[in-house]
Structures are given as structure tokens and as C-alpha cells.
Design a protein around this ligand. Sequence first.
Ligand code: NAD
Length: 476
Amino acid sequence: MYSETIELLIDGVFCQGSDGVTEPLINPATEEVLAEVPHASTADLDRALAASLKGFRIWKAMTAAQRYTIMSKAADLIEARKAEIARTLTMENGKALAEAVGEVQFSADATRWYAEEGKRAYGRIVPARIPGVRQMVFKEPVGPVVAFAAWNFPASNVIRKISGALGAGCSIILKPAEETPGTAVAFARCFQEAGLPDGVLNIVFGKPAEVSSHLIASSIPKKVSLTGSTAVGKLLQKQAAETLKRCTMELGGHAPVIVHEDADLEKTLDTVVLFKFRNAGQVCTSPTRFYVHEAIYEPFLAGFAARAEKIKVGYGLEDGVQMGPMIAPRRLDVMDALVADATARGARVVTGGKRIGNTGYFYAPTLLADVPEEARIMSEEPFGPIAPTTTFSGFDEVIERANGLPYGLASFVFTRSGTLAQKTEMALDAGLVGVNHMMVSTPETPFGGVNESGYGSESGIEGLEAYLRTKFVTEM
Ligand code: NAD
């Protein structure tokens, strides 16, 4: 049973949309309708905007220690409800339950971390040129925030925005993805029960383009934060320019993986296969283009295929399932088209390459060999369980190919040589580099891309800074 009631949260009140419009929430593993997702009307959005201004004034006036007390209570509630929220997450997103549990735990941890870090939004005193003058630099919350989050991490994508904003003293209107609304609503209940003042956190759903253009056009929000595709990022940034709002853009990626000749092959394979098929490849930092040294390519392919074929694909709530479905049927067509394009250009399907079953949006873990650089999958973000691979022979050549796309989110390198690791990590044009492992996201460390993968990190002290502005006061 899906236990969450999907509601909007406006000015501290959980409610349905005022004009009664809803859309069905579909379980991507079973295709069952789980619930109806209420759409916020224009009047509801205007109420959320007004509430966020009221909430901001209250929240900003509180001390960081008071905010800490409420946020850490919310984190405790998230942790206490971890099993239930993770079930909701898996039912709406499909991912393996163990992954969902990990994501909810990340959310509790990140909330505690931001609550603590909010106490350290330090300014500074600058020695003055004029006798008797005191020069002070203050950090202040930037203002009400509007935020939009993708469905692939229904918990961590939204909590980075909620807790980052709240930790800095901002209020927020969040539009989670309509595909995965229940996780965000469950979190919102934890914050409200923890004593968050009304209007500090508001949750809305609706037609994405209509909701975002209405909220961004208002002069009330002072910042936009998006986790989503590069195309939507460009659109929202243009809209934000009208009122000169600051943006944080966590956008798409196409992570290169460089496997040098001296890599520990077994360990590398264990790591890359696990991360490639995590959340069915629907991860912005997913290892995407594999550049494998030509001397170890054949054993790499054999080891990769053997591991991929052992992955248990199915509904994330079932025992032992390691990989769930894609989020929507249209994504299966995209996978088929990418495989067809690559094979037409000379690639080989080593394993997978097709849909599994007729119910639920499952696609087989897929390995492609000898994929030419001009295949679409080498430049378009697949966002699915397909690993295109190719060979390289020289350092300069592989760096040029790895850095050859407009994206710059994650990149990975595998080698036993410290010198080679350093040389590669310095040469990669990306916001995140994983050397011999792939865990590039923690609450304490900055997460974000460069180039067309966006800008402005979340998590880490940079994540708090993103919601702060600077005020200089000079006093005589
Ligand atoms: P998307 O851009 O279609 O949607 C992202 C969010 O923006 C959703 O909540 C959507 O409803 C909302 N949105 C707001 N205005 C919109 C508009 N005008 N049109 C469409 N959506 C609008 O992204 P998606 O396909 O849901 O998610 C996958 C993408 O997100 C991938 O490109 C992935 O790499 C990226 N992503 C990035 C990160 C990161 O941290 N860099 C993390 C997760 C996902």
C-alpha cells in the first residue's frame, strides 16, 4: 500500500489544489495508479509566494541556534520514519529499496549538517583605513527561494534544496517532480511537525513550465535552484534574468570513465558495474562513456558482461532486486533508439539491448562495445542502463575525448599509479572527479558541475554559501 497522501503545503496548511485539477501518480514497476497529484492553481501559487515572504521574515529573524533546534528535530523525524519514507520512494520511483533507504538516511544527515553549518555563516571584520571606523562584512540569507527538482533522487534532490535554504535562513517554495511527489511531502510533514513556522516551506505541484514561469516571474523570490536537465536549466536561467535572480543549476552530465592499463581490473569492474546500474543508470553522475586502455579491453568487456548479467532486475520492493525500472515508457523508446543508432554505426551489443517484460518500464543492463565517437550515445545523456565502451591508447588523446563534450559534471579515473591519477584528475574538465571509486556525493562535500552541467554547488560549505548574500557595513 502506498501510504502517503499527496497534498500541497501552502502557508503551513496541507491542502488540495483550489481548482481541483490532479494527475495520476504511476508506479513505474507495476504501472498501477498510486495516488492523484494535486495541481496548484495560479491563485495557490500566489498564496505560496505571499507565504514564502511572510515565512522568510519570521525565519530570518530567528537565531541560527533556534533554526538548528527545529531542523535537527525534523532530521530525527526523517530518520525515525526512514523505513516508511523509503517504501514511498521506491513505489513512486522504482529503485531498489536499499538504495531508497540510503537516500533517506542521506537526507536526515544533510539536514543535520546544514542545521549545524547555519551557525557558522561567518562574516568578517576588515581593518579600516580611517581611524575610528569599523568595517564589517555580514552574511545574510538571500531571501525566499523557488526550487525545482528531478525525480531520479526523490529524497536527496529535494533535501539539498530544503535544508540548504533553511540552514541559511531562507524560506522556500519547492516544486518536486510530479513523478515522485510523496517523498517530498513526507519530508514536509517532518519539518512542520518539528515546529517550522508556517510559510517557511511550501510545496507545490502542477504543469512544470506553467508553475516555474509563474513563480520565477514574481519579484518575491530572490533565488532559483534547479536540479534537472540542461535544456530546462537554460530556460529557467533566461526567465530568472528578467528579475536578476541568482541561480544554482545542477544539470545533466555525461561522465567519462578512464580505465588506465594499470588499473586493478577486478576492483574497477566491481565498482563501475555497481554504479552504472544504480537507479537503472538514471543518475546525473552515472558513469557514461567508458574509455578503456586497449591492452585490457577484452578482459574488461568479459568481466563487465558477466557482472551485468547477474544483476537482478525487478520491482525495488522485492527481495534481492538490485535494479528497478526506468521512470516512464518514453524512456524505453529512447534506450532502443540509442542502441539502434550505435549498432548502425558499428557498435556491438555484448549484453542486454532490449526491454524486459511487458509490464513495468524495465530495460536490461546493457553493454555496448566498439562504440564510435559519433554515435549519439557518446554525446547525448542516456540516463539509462546502457554502458557504451571504446578503447584508447595514449594519455593526451583520452583526455581530449573525455573533455570533448559541453557537459562537465562527474568524471572518473581508475589506475594504480598515484602520478597518473594526479595527472588525470588535474586534466579533467569537470566539477567532480572520482579516482578509483565513485562516491562523489556526501552532505559535507561540494557537489556540482561546470560548463553546461551548470554552476553553484550544493552540499558542503559551498551549498550554504549559495543561499547567502554579502552585506558590508562601515561604522564610525
Ligand atoms: P527536467 O529538467 O525535465 O525536470 C527537472 C525539474 O524541473 C522537474 O521538477 C520539472 O518538473 C521542473 N521544471 C521546471 N520548469 C520546467 C519546464 N519549463 N519544463 C520542464 N520541466 C520543468 O529533468 P528530468 O528529465 O526530470 O531529470 C533528469 C535530468 O536531471 C538529467 O539531465 C539529469 O542529469 C539531471 N540531474 C542533475 C543532477 C545534478 O545534481 N546535476 C541531479 C539529478 C538529475
